[in-house]
Design a protein around this ligand. Structure first.
Ligand code: 13P
Length: 249
């Protein structure tokens, strides 16, 4: 009942030449695939407008990687949810661990950003995940549970939010948790969502896994019961790699 979502986060990578990858992805994203799996690319903000134009008619959704919580005003260098929507974004990633680390974003700020995204009628892809030290200390579930509680706005519906579980130590390292560990965290996140938003919403909300997802490990990870897709970094930059993951989903 949950349609998988495979989302690509290009991070601070890509120039206009990279748009050809979206063209290639669009060609490979057949009607049959579109019926089975949703697909989204989050390019850097500089490419949002042209990426939206290139993706038009392909079924590929375009997302942004961050936004400001405010509506408009004196915030040099920031972008409001309404501006991202204006150039074709239908979703925004918020609370990615790189933003939590590089810009000191807190759960409270992530929640405010998610609220701004949802108020604009877009989907908030809220990222959570533990560090290596936290996992080794046996605190992964507690850390992730606290982030989920602190970052999801009150009263949201299952189509307004996607959760992405991305262990910090698995991002860009080629390391992944065991399948049992991924399954445990995802099941626990769904329990937390049920407590916050009710069982029905929890059963419908998509929970993605992210962190070194590649074409060769996607099938096993995406085959887990509570894993409803992937948030992909490095392997989303090339159409051939990314479509391998989409097909696995
Ligand atoms: P990698 O797939 O490169 O590990 O990145 C994952 C990620 O951070 C996606 O948001």
């Amino acid at each position: 009942m949950r349609k998988p979502l495979v989302a690509g986060n290009w991070k601070m990578n890509g120039t206009r030449a990279s748009l050809n990858e979206i063209v290639e992805m669009g060609k490979a994203y057949s009607l049959a695939l579109r019926g089975k799996v949703d697909m989204l690319i989050a390019p850097p903000s500089t490419l949002l407008y042209t990426a939206s134009a290139v993706a038009l008619g392909t079924g590929i959704a375009i997302g942004a990687q961050d936004c400001h919580a405010g509506a408009a005003g004196a915030h040099t260098g920031d972008l409001a949810a309404s501006q991202l929507f204006d150039v074709g974004a239908s979703a925004v990633i918020v609370g990615h661990s790189e933003r939590r680390a590089d810009h000191g974003e807190t759960d409270t700020q992530v929640k405010a950003k998610a609220e701004a995204v949802i108020a604009q009628g877009m989907v908030a892809i809220i990222c959570v995940g533990e560090t290596k030290a936290q996992r080794e200390a046996g605190k992964a579930l507690a850390v992730v549970g606290k982030q989920v509680k602190g970052s999801i706005p009150a009263g949201v519906s299952a189509d307004q939010v996607v959760i992405a579980y991305e262990p910090v130590w698995a991002i860009g390292t080629g390391l992944t948790p065991t399948l049992a560990d991924i399954a445990e965290v995802h099941a626990d996140i769904r329990k937390t969502i049920a407590r916050l938003l009710g069982k029905e919403t929890a059963a419908k909300m998509r929970i993605l896994y992210g962190g070194s997802v590649k074409p060769n490990n996607a099938k096993d990870i995406l085959g887990l019961a509570d894993v409803d897709g992937a948030l992909v970094g490095g392997a989303s930059l090339k159409a051939s790699d990314f479509m391998g993951i989409v097909e696995a989903a």
